[in-house]
Design a protein around this ligand. Structure first.
Ligand code: GLU
Length: 309
């Protein structure tokens, strides 16, 4: 690029745009509150926008009423989002277009393997490449996978540091269209982050590894890469992520102050003594002024003891 071009094509200032993207598999629990709070505070601190996306593309895993319960809980905690909520269940056309793009650009292939055949042919975790050059004779198409090259994908996470993996040996050809006809999480999340113009993703370390295939997908689809910050994950005394499966309790929406204070402390920002007993509006206004990602613990997880029960 010539010097002249450099000065004439100075990019417009890209505003910070973050998001919280819960899956409605159950009500908001302490772990998901931490993610919502961290992404909210970073967006507000950067004077950016904070969007909300309901990731309801996996009906078998969803719980009736959970999407609304999550929205009501965020409101009770004064975590007010910008614009309308994007429901992934209403966005299938965008995923279909992206899938067609992947197929037409030969970034993907049709696969007939089941979990069982993958376990037999490989190590059970990484797809052994069975159908990358065509279906086995007599094989029926089940899924669509992205063909990953034997290259390293590397990025620097603001909290977790450098992450690097070989796409073929550590990630493997991953599914973008499932055997049950549903679009896979990796595809939907990447398409929506790009369409919503998300510049920064703040989420839990349970998704740190997912960032590698997601970044590869961004390359295949010609999207730019957002910045990533993976917050420490709240785990129970057994080291498990708080979730519906291990009976994480729904957060108290009637008295949000104490839980919000705990979530702030978890993220390295314990509110001062004079805010003891304060409600969410005061706590959030203090936290927005004092927030700094550098003060969030740079660890993968933090045990919150029996919080999960
Ligand atoms: N919907 C995903 C979850 O609840 C999060 C997606 C993301 O933040 O990228 O685990």
């Amino acid at each position: 690029m010539s010097v002249d071009q450099h000065f004439t094509t100075t990019p417009k200032h890209v505003r910070y745009r973050g998001r919280f993207a819960p899956s409605p598999t159950g009500p908001l629990h302490f772990g998901s509150l931490v993610t919502a709070l961290g992404s909210y505070l970073e967006a507000r601190r950067q004077q950016g926008e904070w969007l909300l996306r309901m990731e309801d593309i996996d009906p078998p895993r969803e719980q009736a009423g959970a999407a609304d319960a999550i929205l009501r809980a965020l409101e009770a905690y004064h975590l007010n989002w910008d614009g309308a909520v994007l429901y992934q269940s209403l966005h299938y056309e965008a995923y279909e277009t992206a899938l067609t793009q992947l197929i037409e650009s030969h970034h993907s292939f049709v696969c007939s393997c089941s979990r069982k055949t993958i376990a037999v042919n490989g190590n059970g975790h990484i797809y052994p490449g069975t159908c990358r050059n065509g279906l086995a004779p007599g094989g029926t198409p089940r899924t669509v996978r992205v063909r990953v090259p034997s290259e390293y994908e590397t990025f620097t996470d603001a909290l977790q540091g450098q992450v690097t993996s070989n796409l073929q040996t550590d990630v493997g050809d991953f599914i973008v269209h499932r055997a049950d006809g549903l679009y896979a999480y990796h595809l939907a999340v990447v398409v929506d982050d790009a369409q919503q113009g998300i510049t920064d993703i703040v989420r839990g370390t349970d998704l740190l590894g997912s960032t590698l295939p997601q970044r590869y997908l961004q390359r295949c689809l010609g999207y730019s890469h957002p910045q990533y910050s993976h917050l420490p994950l709240a785990v129970n005394q057994h080291g498990q992520k708080l979730s519906k499966q291990n009976f994480a309790a729904a957060i108290d929406t009637r008295h949000p102050g104490p839980t919000l204070s705990k979530a702030l402390a978890f993220l390295g920002h314990p509110p001062p003594a004079e805010l003891q007993g304060a409600g969410p509006a005061l706590l959030l206004s203090w936290a927005t002024t004092h927030w700094g990602m550098q003060n969030v613990p740079h660890t993968a997880s933090i045990c919150v003891g029996s919080e999960g029960k």
